[in-house]
Structures are given as structure tokens and as C-alpha cells.
Write a protein of this length. Structure first.
Length: 129
């Protein structure tokens, strides 16, 4: 699984998102082709998307999430865990009456969460049918 905890320029963040998405497709146990069929796109579309030949758009992500039976919020939580807490942000949250976030999850916790998401989704039925 890609390391998504570092701050990086936008191009690298997009590559990291694509790597996580590719990892999720593999971990889900489905083929690129089966996802492409659900999306109604040409053969090789996901391979080109993952390689960076096709510009990643939000629409792509949400269509793939739907095809995989994934929740977007869970994916983005994995991709962008909360950063270490800063005092300035804590002061802002307190002044605004907002709750303080939990500490960011470790990579082990993220992998455990992904396995749980996949196990639950498999219990709900196969992704391809």
C-alpha cells in the first residue's frame, strides 16, 4: 500500500491516490476489466488511468468507488488521515465550537480498516454480481 502520510506536491498526491485506488481494486479481488465493464469504458481504461495517461478527475474516483461498492469517505480517510494536531488548529476549533479530531491512524490501523471494509463488502455480496 502506498505511503499517504507525507505532505507532497499535487502531482505526487494524485499518483498516491491512484496507487491506493489500484491497491483497493486488487485487494477487492476484481479485475480492471470487470470494473471497466461496470463503468462502460474501453478496455485498458483503468490501466491508462493508473499509469497517469488519463488525467484523474473526481468523476473517475466516484464512478470507480461505485463500481467497487466502496464508500468515498472511507477511501479519502485512508488517503488523507488527519495530520498531527496543531495548537493553532485546536484553538480555532475551540473558538468555533467544533470538536477536536482523533489522532491520525497508523498504517497498521489503516490496513486493518481496509481489510475490515473488504471483509464486510464481501459478506454483502460479490462486487461483480
Amino acid at each position: 500500500m502506498p505511503d499517504l502520510t507525507e505532505r507532497a506536491p499535487p502531482e505526487k498526491q494524485v499518483r498516491n491516490l491512484l496507487a491506493l485506488l489500484r491497491w483497493m481494486v486488487v485487494a477487492r479481488g476484481v479485475t480492471n476489466r470487470s470494473v471497466e465493464e461496470k463503468l462502460g469504458v474501453s478496455y485498458g481504461y483503468l490501466s491508462r488511468l493508473f499509469a497517469g495517461s488519463i488525467e484523474l478527475k473526481a468523476r473517475h474516483l466516484f464512478e470507480i468507488f461505485e463500481a467497487l461498492g466502496m464508500d468515498a469517505a472511507e477511501f479519502f480517510h485512508l488517503a488523507f488521515p488527519l495530520p498531527p494536531r496543531s495548537r493553532a488548529l485546536d484553538d480555532f476549533r475551540k473558538a468555533a465550537g467544533l470538536p477536536s479530531p482523533q489522532a491520525p491512524p497508523s498504517l497498521e490501523e489503516i490496513e486493518k480498516l481496509v481489510r475490515e471494509i473488504l471483509r464486510t463488502s464481501r459478506e454483502d455480496g460479490p462486487a461483480d454480481g
